[in-house]
Each structure stands twice: as structure tokens, then as C-alpha cells.
Design a binder for this molecule. Structure first.
Ligand code: FES
Ligand SMILES: [Fe+2]
Length: 372
């Protein structure tokens, strides 16, 4: 599947509308993109207790991520090995040391081993080792849990290194934020009635920031012009603004480890296929996208803080949560507005990217290459 792009034109074409609603294209994306790449599913520090679990849909699979009694996070297909009933049907929760299927009560340890199967365990031909839960590859990168359904996944660094070097110039500026140590101070889940690619495309451009995000532009005035920041460039807080907060005042110190040149910086980056990261001087905001269908995406927004700050008895993250919550709702509004017209004949052959949006085409070409 390919789309011709007239590269000599200063106005590159977008993808045609059907890429944002067609269920067969969505199914191809699930099979060829989300089932072959590392997919971010959330923060490791949100699953700290033994038995704490999360259920995520990745590709066409429901995946159970659970913390074992040995402290190790593991992922399994969320499917009973007897007759395939789904094991956990809540999005998250707490298991009491084992996982029991409620259909015929087969029971599995948090390490995936089959512990019990009524009237079967004593059967001499029943090999219970062969009926443990099916494992899914899991890695924790910088405190984020990633899973991969591929048979032989590459190392996760192979997936994230390129975009990080492209955005930051090298890995070092990102490592200064010590993401692995940060703690979730606030988490909000949004349901956005839009295709996951519209949300990423919207994040990739700031052409809309002037008209859509007055609060954001007040704090980061460079965004008013729609400028794109690339290769190590950061947006800078406005003169007189102390922090990226609703009042513009700072109520916590900058993250330890930040060099002087980043004490007033903002960086944004997309790590394919489904996480958007926003780096501020005293916190980091992570948006994890969970596609739920061709025209619906659940977005979990986590606000991450220095652990010492988050542990303070009077810790209150709302001064910074409020800003990005406003920005989020403005963004979801226009993504939904756009989604509504994807079936219009006006977008049958796509639209146009103005020159400041040309880098979005790279994202679309990446998606097309994965579908090919
Ligand atoms: S389907 Fe799970 S025990 Fe039968
Ligand atoms: Fe936006």
C-alpha cells in the first residue's frame, strides 16, 4: 500500500481520510505495527505491590501485566489455557497471590505457572507445565513498561534511540531528567473519539498552538508562531514566568540533575508507536495512547515528579496538572472535530500540510512502511 507524494511541492499531502476510520486499515495497523513494535503500556511505579496488575490491549491481544512476589514485572496473554476465557477483565487491580479463571477455576501463579486445575492435576497424562500462561516480552525502559508481541523482539533501545537522538541531539539531555526514578503524582484517563494517528499528528505540530492554546502560549510564547523545535532545540519559558504552572509560579524545585541550560526548557517527543513525552523543568508529562478502535483512543496522561517532592506530606501537583489538563482537552476537542470529517468527500484524497507541518509526513510514511 503506498501513497505518492509530490516532494517538489511545498505543500505535502496528508493521508487520505480512510486511514482514520477504515476498520481494515485499523486491523492492519494492529497486526503489522502494534503487534511487531515495543508498545508502551504505562509506568512501572504504578504497579509496585506484589499482585498489582494492569490489562492492556496490544494489537489484537489482551495482555496482563503483573508484579510477581519476587518483585519482577511480567506480561502474559490474558487468556486461560483451558478454554480461553479472559482471565482479568478490569483495566487494573490487585491479585491475591494467584490468578484464577472464573469459568472452571484453573489457577495460575503470578509467575504464570499452572497451580491448579480441578480434577486434572492427578491425571497421569496431564502435563501442567505445558499449560502455564503464555508469556509476552516485557521491558522497563526509563520507568515505562513496554511489551512486545513479536516472536523475537529487538532490544527496545533499537526502537527509541533514533528518535531520541534526532530530537535531543544525543541521549544525554533526556537522561538528565532521570525518568526511571520519577513517580506518578497524578494520572488522568481521557477517552478521545479520534483515531490514534490524529492525536499523534496533532502533537507533532504547533501550527495550531496560537489559535488553540492561549494558556500554553502564555507560558511558552515560542509556540505562538507555530515553530517546530528540532535537533536539541528547546522552547523556553516566558520572561517573568517561573514554572509551567497555572499561576506561572514555581512551587517545587527543578528536577535534580538538570543542567543550567535546561532550567527553563520544554522539550516534546513522540516515541512510536504510542507515547508522547513532555519535559518541563520540575516535572515530566507522559501521554500513553491506547487505541480502542478506528475512531477511538484512550489516552492516559501521567504527571511525573521527583520522588522526594512526591513523598512530601503537603505535595500537591494540581498547579501543573491544571495546565496540561486544559491543553489536553483543547487538543482532544480539535482531534474529535477533525475525526468527524474524515469520511467527507472533501478529505477523500487527503488534505495538505503547510511547510511548518512537513515533518508530520515522516510519521505518516513510517506508518505506511509498516503496513506495506
Ligand atoms: S476456561 Fe478457564 S478454567 Fe476453563
Ligand atoms: Fe495542542
Amino acid at each position: 500500500m503506498s501513497i505518492s507524494v509530490r516532494s517538489e511541492s511545498p505543500f505535502l499531502s496528508t493521508l487520505p481520510g480512510r486511514y482514520y476510520y477504515d476498520s481494515s486499515i485499523y486491523a492492519q495497523e494492529q497486526e503489522r505495527l502494534f503487534s511487531l513494535l515495543w508498545v508502551c503500556v504505562g509506568r512501572a511505579d504504578a504497579l509496585l505491590a506484589t499482585g498489582a496488575y494492569q490489562v492492556v490491549t496490544v494489537g489484537m491481544e489482551s495482555v496482563l501485566v503483573v508484579r510477581g512476589s519476587d518483585g519482577v514485572l511480567r506480561a502474559y496473554l490474558n487468556v486461560c489455557r483451558h478454554r480461553c476465557a479472559r482471565l482479568c477483565d478490569d483495566l487494573c487491580g490487585q491479585l491475591k497471590g494467584s490468578i484464577q479463571c472464573r469459568y472452571h477455576a484453573w489457577t495460575y501463579g503470578l509467575d504464570g505457572k499452572l497451580l491448579g486445575a480441578p480434577n486434572m492435576m492427578g491425571h497421569e497424562q496431564f502435563d501442567r507445565v505445558a499449560y502455564g500462561l503464555l508469556s509476552v516480552a516485557l521491558e522497563v525502559w526509563e520507568g515505562f513498561i513496554w511489551v512486545n508481541l513479536a516472536d523475537r523482539p529487538a532490544a527496545i533501545m533499537e526502537q527509541v534511540q533514533g528518535p531520541i537522538s534526532e530530537r535531543f541531539g544525543s541521549y544525554e539531555p533526556l537522561s538528565n531528567y532521570q525518568l526511571a526514578l520519577l513517580k506518578v503524582g497524578k494520572s488522568i484517563s481521557y477517552v478521545v473519539e479520534a483515531n490514534w494517528k490524529l492525536i499523534i499528528e496533532n502533537f507533532l505540530e504547533c501550527y495550531h498552538c496560537g489559535p488553540m492554546h492561549p494558556e500554553l502560549c502564555h507560558l511558552l510564547p515560542g509556540f505562538k508562531s507555530g515553530k517546530s523545535y528540532v535537533a536539541g532545540e528547546a522552547a523556553t519559558l516566558a520572561d517573568g514566568v517561573e514554572a509551567f504552572s497555572i499561576t506561572g509560579k514555581a512551587s517545587r524545585p527543578p528536577l535534580p540533575g538538570l543542567p543550567p541550560e535546561d532550567l527553563r526548557s520544554y522539550y516534546g517527543i513522540v516515541l512510536m508507536p504510542n507515547i508522547l513525552l513532555n519535559f518541563l523543568p520540575d516535572h515530566v508529562v507522559a501521554h500513553t495512547l491506547h487505541p480502542e478502535g478506528p475512531t477511538r483512543t484512550r489516552v492516559v496522561c501521567d504527571w511525573l515528579f521527583d520522588p522526594q517532592e512526591a513523598a512530601r506530606p503537603n505535595f500537591d501537583p494540581m498547579d501543573v496538572v491544571e495546565v496540561f489538563d486544559i491543553v489536553n482537552r483543547q487538543d482532544w476537542d480539535v482531534c474529535q472535530l477533525t475525526q468527524q470529517s474524515m469520511t467527507s468527500r472533501a478529505y477523500r484524497s487527503g488534505g495538505v500540510y503547510v511547510p511548518a507541518e512537513h515533518h508530520i509526513r515522516q510519521f505518516c510514511d513510517f506508518v505506511l512502511a509498516m503496513l506495506d
